[in-house]
Ligand binder design. Structure first.
Ligand SMILES: NC(=O)c1ccc[n+]([C@@H]2O[C@H](COP(=O)([O-])OP(=O)(O)OC[C@H]3O[C@@H](n4cnc5c(N)ncnc54)[C@H](O)[C@@H]3O)[C@@H](O)[C@H]2O)c1
Length: 437
């Protein structure tokens, strides 16, 4: 068998081709790097490239951005790390297609504004590459199905780059759950609660003005995957359980207009503009096994960023904001007990990934998780293993965006959530924390 055929065999690895690929030599076995193209080299794309450059087993032959300056800056980042200059693609909004058609890429990562995530992933998979996308993966129900169907048809992975799945506490709680310490996980709540008014209106250096447009025309939870990723791992979503329906409610929209009046004056078009996105959105999601999730989404109100996550099991509770835990019967008082300090459980249940890679992760974006995200992405693909977060997760976590919009528009009516696994959630094994190393 020639080297070329070996490589093709490895690349056939995908949602549908895992068994066949088990026998093929992997990139890791052959000592070959994973060759990656990145589309979108703004704030997030640049951070991801920075993390990729810390890994020996990676090459970056191509980069794409519609903004030539940002593209050149990212190319310089790669050459500055002693790697060959990636070829640049900047001939307009669909030039990522030319990048996808290259024959020297294994994976295409997209870190563009939201509306381009699905088009880039689909183009990559159809051109025989794995795809990995920033969050959320899709904007409509149809796009979610398109991702699933393209992945199944091509046998290529479509990975959601949900970095919150690698937080220290995410994996710690996963270990606690697998050890039975929290009992059955009944309920989780959390949200994305981050004042990004200045980012939307581009009044800060790292602005993302494309985030304003959805706030004008859409109303729902537009950014659900950060809390949903960890919760789905804890609650075995798509792997023993699944989301069944949701109800969503938004408050009135007030804060973006007031911000624009204050910053630009009452006669500015941005101050005259009406914004549809309610300032505070709350969503309830039910699951097949009778569990419940409460999601918050609030990027408009003046506030301090809150990392609210609480997971309640039948035997105990973990509270990320307080960094506290309670396990039934472990405290001194049985009735009205006090929180227990995390340190009591830290060493025993700290996850292996943080024990072994915590040092390398130090200093990386979002408290280290951006490094761990890239490390796991590259490792699983080079080893021919299924990714930690696959196309079914990408679809189920992202579809919450359009479905909350439908619920809000219908006076918080219940909206069914599709089963993108088509029944496979019943037999797919839960996330195995021992595999995430
Ligand atoms: N996971 C996280 O923690 C995290 C953090 C920040 C942003 N994000 C996500 O990353 C994505 C990018 O956000 P950002 O903060 O980098 O925004 P950004 O505006 O800084 O960067 C987006 C880049 O995409 C480029 N672009 C736009 N359309 C393009 C196209 N058709 N082809 C190629 N390039 C195109 C823009 O020129 C820009 O350089 C968003 O989906 C966002 O939700 C995730």
């Amino acid at each position: 068998m020639t080297e070329m055929i070996n490589r093709r065999d490895v690349l056939r690895l995908g949602a549908g081709g895992l068994a066949a690929a088990a026998a093929a030599p992997t990139l890791a076995a052959k000592g070959e790097p994973l060759r990656i193209g990145v589309v979108g080299t703004g704030g997030r794309g640049t951070s991801l490239i920075r993390e990729l450059l810390k890994l020996d087993s990676v090459e970056i032959p191509a980069l794409c951005d519609i903004d030539e300056e940002r593209l050149a800056r990212a190319q310089a980042l790669v050459t500055g790390a002693g790697k060959p200059k990636p070829e640049g693609y900047s001939r307009g909004e669909t030039d990522f297609r030319r990048l996808c058609e290259r024959d020297d890429l294994d994976l295409v990562i997209t870190a563009t504004p939201w509306k381009w995530h699905t088009p880039v992933c689909v183009a990559a998979m159809k051109a025989g590459k794995h795809a990995a996308t920033e969050v959320p993966a899709a904007q409509t129900v149809e796009e979610c199905w398109e991702l699933v169907e393209t992945s199944e048809k091509t046998g290529k992975h479509c990975v959601l780059l949900e970095n919150d799945c690698y937080y220290w506490y995410t994996l710690f709680v996963l270990n606690l759950i697998r050890a039975g310490m929290l009992g059955e996980v009944l309920y989780a709540e959390g949200g994305y609660m981050h004042d990004i008014r200045a980012v939307k209106f581009n009044t800060v250096p790292n602005g993302e003005p494309w985030r304003l447009e959805p706030a004008i025309h859409r109303n729902g939870n537009l950014y659900p995957t950060h809390p949903l990723g960890p919760m789905s791992w804890w609650m075995d979503i798509n792997r023993g359980d699944r989301f069944t329906y949701l109800v969503s409610m938004s408050s009135k929209a007030r804060c973006l207009k007031e911000f624009a009046i204050r910053e630009f004056g009452p006669d500015d078009p941005r101050a005259r503009q009406d914004y549809k996105l309610g300032d505070v959105n709350t969503t309830l999601i039910g699951t097949e096994n009778g569990h419940q999730i409460l999601l918050y989404f609030d990027t408009n109100t003046p506030r301090v960023k809150e990392h609210l996550i609480r997971v309640q099991g039948s035997k105990g509770v973990y509270n990320q904001m307080l960094e506290k835990i309670y396990i039934d019967g472990h405290g001194e008082r049985r009735h009205n007990p006090d929180w227990l300090p995390l340190d009591r459980y830290r060493e025993q249940y700290e996850h292996q990934l943080w024990k072994t890679r915590g040092e390398q992760a130090r200093g990386a974006g979002h408290g280290g998780i951006d490094y761990l995200l890239m490390y796991r992405l590259v490792k699983t693909l080079r080893n021919g293993e299924p990714p930690d977060i696959d196309v079914y997760d990408a679809a189920a976590w992202s579809v919450i965006v359009p479905l909350t919009e439908a619920s809000v528009a219908g006076r918080s009516k219940p909206v069914d959530i599709p089963d993108f696994t088509r029944g496979k959630w019943k037999i797919r094994p839960p996330v195995d924390p021992d595999r995430i190393v």
